[in-house]
Design a protein around this ligand. Sequence first.
Ligand code: F6P
Length: 511
Amino acid sequence: MPESNRFQPSSADRPTRPLVVVSNREPYLHSLAEDGSVIWEPTTGGVAVALDALMRERGGVWIAHGAGDADRLVVDADNRVLVPPDASSYALRRIWLTEAEERHYYDGFANEGLWPLCHVAHVKPIFRIADWRAYQLVNKRFARAVEDELPDLASSVFIQDYHLTLVAKYLQAACPGVRIALFWHIPFPHPDKLRICPYRRQIMEGLLACDLLAFQLDRDRRNFLAAARTELGAKVSRGRVHAQNRVTTVCAVPIGVDFDRIQTVTGDPGLEAEKQRLRRELRIETPLIGIGVDRLDYTKGIPERLNALDCLFTRRPELRQQLTFVQIAVPSRSKLESYQAVEADIDQRVAAINARHAGDGLAGGPVRYRKSALRIRRLVALYRLADFCLVSSLHDGMNLVAKEFVAARDDFEGVLVLSELAGAAQELGDDAILINPYDVEGFADGLEQALDMLPDERHRRMRALRRVVAGCDVFQWASNILEGLENLDSGSIPPQSGGTDRSARSLTRVP
Ligand code: F6P
């Protein structure tokens, strides 16, 4: 690695600067219960879960869209509320959007435009001028809130994802010199595909207003650098883009999970009872259990997974009496037609499989399908029940379910069956069973391999997977990015694939 690409952790005595995190999705949502009381719940999705772990540890301010119907009832005059609601650790500053703004900025531009643009999932991106206008306006509003919340110009701002590509540009104009990093959680498209977007130049310029841009994989980083060259004619040298009279450092730092928190839950003496409760509630009577846990999204390959299970039960009919597959799908972006279509498709496939493979004496067929989120304790209990976990994304930035499953298995049991098209395959591909979700027969072979694997091999693979997942957790990820941001003056670049010593973790709680 050239000298300039080597990561140099900041000195231990450097004070940690206050952190401002910005994302569209808020980590906690307040809503009204039927009896009129205000209740809260954590939100799901990679960004919320990962960043909440960081902010619990570090403290600071997190700016996000207040989407809960009781969100306004619990904030103070500055639209702030302390969270987590049961263990105040940091401030959540909520941004309000009108219904029309949400429809155009979030549903429209972010999720009908950028999301399919960035994922190879065969859903056509839709770009509308009204959505683009709302996207610019909302990004400006987020930038203004950051301006309000910035303690001083020496603070770091950490922006998340494709919803907020223009925030850095607006912020640099208002507060020149503030340090900004953005993490892009999803795949970054090849320049040929990026060209579909009529607003790609503005988006690239917005991103290049950041000091540090981090992607999950080196492939994403390379796609971005190629687009900087072709779209903006920018000069790219040693991982840095020179454009608009500034320099942006571009790196790949794969995200991790809060390994220790999951470990704590696995040690909970009540977990065994939780597992039994789950068994009863899901009416699981078979000795073998497979699971899938996903947002209900067309990129996750849930229909493809059901096809592979259908093929497996057809090949080995005896499994109908022996294996239950539990699919947890968390409803997501359900106002959009593309999401309604995949939901209807999954409903229909689950019903068909259950009808086709209902075994004698086992009511309801082999698939249990639940459309709701699980809190961490139940989720870990489910992971611990499973003989195998299926992650069959058609395309995925990382996929934290794969890493959570591994983190939950300190019994070294369970097999991870992982799509080679998920970002996680890059780190976990050696010891997961890799499948291609488009290859039904090959996918079913992978399921058979998981089911037939001998205990020694299972344990060996899980041990190896756990070393990888523990070696780069969410704190290490954040520390790599934020220390990289603070060290930019010294010319260092964060590592290109995560993973420095865990003892290098330098996050301290900001009061
Ligand atoms: O991980 C990608 C991502 O789009 C996040 O930005 C987002 O918070 C998460 O998936 C869940 O999606 P949404 O916020 O639209 O529910």
